[in-house]
Design a protein around this ligand. Structure first.
Ligand code: DC
Length: 219
């Protein structure tokens, strides 16, 4: 079996990782691992009072389908995207993701995503912990205000009620949790390329990243 190619995109909430990962997966015909969606799904099943082994089994059945304007998350062929992409689930996911039992139960599931196809993985610790061997590591950042604005538009598009001030507060609180937790904190890998997208459009980030990929993969 030839070596799988892996690109990781890490960064804080709402930095645009998901949109970038989706566009790159479509461009390169790579699989996609939205690890934030795994943690959100973990929170979703936890809220249904499943025990840890049961949660793990349910999560093994998740499939990510990158489409032009969204990545669909299917669980046993049921679209659960709307059920996990809300601020209530994000908060529970952030709290559970600080626990070692949660992180341990997801590590193999995440690594299995690279068994069949080349992979783009996005999250917080893709380049540092889950795929330290990745061929290209990007750390995508933006200011909290810009990220809150992007999340506001995303949630509005999903017809969810949102308040800008609450969003900035939620994002800053989650940043703090993600960056200061003892296990797999949100930090750029030493060999990552840091991209601050505060004043860049998605198209600009995409074309910058495509240049990096062409250089790295000789395409
Ligand atoms: O990227 P997101 O907002 O969908 O992630 C939801 C939560 O999951 C986030 O607060 C932190 C956690 N997470 C994590 O701890 N490690 C990852 N690799 C991805 C997400």
């Amino acid at each position: 079996m030839s070596k799988r190619q892996i690109i990781t995109i890490d960064g804080p909430s709402a930095a645009g990782k998901g949109s970038l990962a989706r566009q790159l997966a479509l461009f390169l015909n790579f699989s996609i691992l939205d690890s934030g969606a795994l943690y959100r799904s973990y929170a979703f099943f936890y809220n249904k009072d499943l025990c840890q082994d049961e949660i793990k089994n349910e999560i093994k059945d998740l499939i990510f389908i990158p489409e032009e304007d969204d990545t669909k998350i299917l669980h046993k062929n049921i679209d659960i995207t709307g059920s996990i992409r809300n601020e209530k689930i994000a908060k529970v996911a952030s709290e559970l993701s600080a626990l070692s039992e949660t992180r341990k139960s997801l590590i193999d599931i995440q690594r299995n995503f690279m068994l069949n196809k080349n992979l783009i993985a996005d999250g917080r610790d893709m380049g540092t912990v889950v795929f330290p061997e990745a061929d290209l590591k990007i750390f995508l950042d933006a200011s909290p205000e810009i990220r809150a604005k992007r999340r506001y538009l995303e949630l509005q598009n999903r017809d969810q009620e949102v308040n800008m001030r609450d969003l900035i507060e939620d994002i800053e609180a989650r940043d703090l949790l993600d960056k200061t937790r003892a296990l797999s904190p949100l930090v750029p890998a030493d060999d990552s390329i840091i991209v601050d997208s505060s004043s860049m459009s998605l198209d600009e980030v995409l074309s910058f990243t495509k240049k990096l990929i062409k250089k790295e993969f000789n395409i």
